[in-house]
Design a protein around this ligand. Sequence first.
Ligand SMILES: Cc1cc2nc3c(=O)[nH]c(=O)nc-3n(C[C@H](O)[C@H](O)[C@H](O)COP(=O)(O)OP(=O)(O)OC[C@H]3O[C@@H](n4cnc5c(N)ncnc54)[C@H](O)[C@@H]3O)c2cc1C
Length: 475
Amino acid sequence: MKIAILGGGFTGLTAAYYLAKKRHQVTIFEKEKIFGGLAAGFKQEKWQWYLERTYHHLFANDTDILNFAKEVGFNKIFFKEPETASIYKISKSEILNYKPQSRINSAHGKQYENDQNSKQKSLENLNLENSCLFSASNLEFRIFPLDTPQDLLKFPLLSFPKKFRTGLVLAFLKFSPFFSLYERYTAKEFLKKTMGDDVWNTLWRQLFRKKFGKYAEIILASFIWARIKKRTKKLGYIEGGFQTFVNYLVKKLKSLQVNLLTSYEIKEIKKRGDKFLINNQIFDKIISTLPTPIMTKIADNIFPADFLQKLRKLEYLHALNLILETNEPLLDKTYWLNVSASQIPIMGIVQQTNFIDKKYYGGGDICYLAWYLDEKDKLWQMDKEQLLAFVSPYLKKINPNYSNTQLRNYFIFKAPFAQPIFDKDFVKNKPDFITPLKNFFIANLDMTYPYDRGTNYAVKLGQEVVKFIHDKKIF
Ligand SMILES: Cc1cc2nc3c(=O)[nH]c(=O)nc-3n(C[C@H](O)[C@H](O)[C@H](O)COP(=O)(O)OP(=O)(O)OC[C@H]3O[C@@H](n4cnc5c(N)ncnc54)[C@H](O)[C@@H]3O)c2cc1C
């Protein structure tokens, strides 16, 4: 069988591997110069390791990709426990009432204060800081680790009973199987009902707003179930970066005679009976791993209108990343920082070099600033210089010692349609492997629901689509 795979990310590469093992003739069409899709990396002259265009790690329970790596003989995945935390604005009265319990990661470069003097120090910082960006004179920004139940108990912005109740609900979500109930409520309704209004406002509201923008309040509770279920303290990374695994797979696919085409953007697909014409070649089957809005555009002329209409009801946000390569880290200790302070218009900050040794990046500190945006957002329209200028005053707020003079280099990456909106319409209209066209299959990141996208699920999808086609004896 001649099979075309559209898209050379982890889903396409994995599907190609299993199809080639079953001795099909496989061609992958990839629009970019390199394979890897959303997990692709890049390298600078002085760097030993690739860096992903958008931050990437694995969870300890990502068994599909871990087992796949074993199966193909790739053994360069390792695990560590970097810190994740959230940054909040905290008022003078909250500081005065706050008795530090153990580790508080100050946003001002002074890590882990754990003595009673910290209250006084905080006030000193506060006075210094008020001259900066925000008009409110009694605000300070502080970072709180939120990795473990103990961290939650030490979190100063909620009372003990509220934290206890939150802990119980999180434990329930962690250990419960998926219930259809999670699709009947929005995350906001569910979290407010189970944890209370105050916890929703303090812990969740900004996170949802920053991740899902105008869709924040219609995201289903299934999303939060999956996030809590999956999260592990241990995070995995790949020696050499995710691109090293991609390159390894590409080599393997070459040895299995897969035809690997890069810089080949599919713009149109034609039907020839039950077969398809791409690049002047006839294919018996197509597996599309492209984002749904791209697929519906290029396959506009071959799919029935009602099918296209259903898929066009799905909504997405785009992912924007600004990567800073600096002489000093923006964050002292934290790897992953949720920006829970509404005054700082950044979704998340990922200090890669608090996870992976900076020696692999020529001694520079690497930090991602991340957003999810719709295409009308002014930030999405910006080039890297404009984005840096926009964001710089806020970086100073997070770390007053930060200055752009510390910058060695910076990069911008834009990934369209990278975040599906998991609302009620999504559940009704999301694609399936099977389509109205007999030999045209879809396997893309919409289908990892209720789990948020991930290379683990891309591998799983690649495996499952091949198994589906074989089990149904569609060959
Ligand atoms: C901001 C962000 C952070 C993430 N963090 C993590 C993480 O920490 N850990 C993790 O495991 N996963 C993470 N992911 C998700 C992970 O990268 C994806 O789930 C996974 O890479 C998806 O693989 P895929 O093959 O399904 O899709 P993609 O990687 O999107 O592959 C689709 C391919 O199709 C190509 N293409 C598009 N249009 C055309 C066309 N017309 N013709 C030909 N080719 C085309 C694209 O270039 C792309 O290579 C993250 C994603 C984002 C956006």
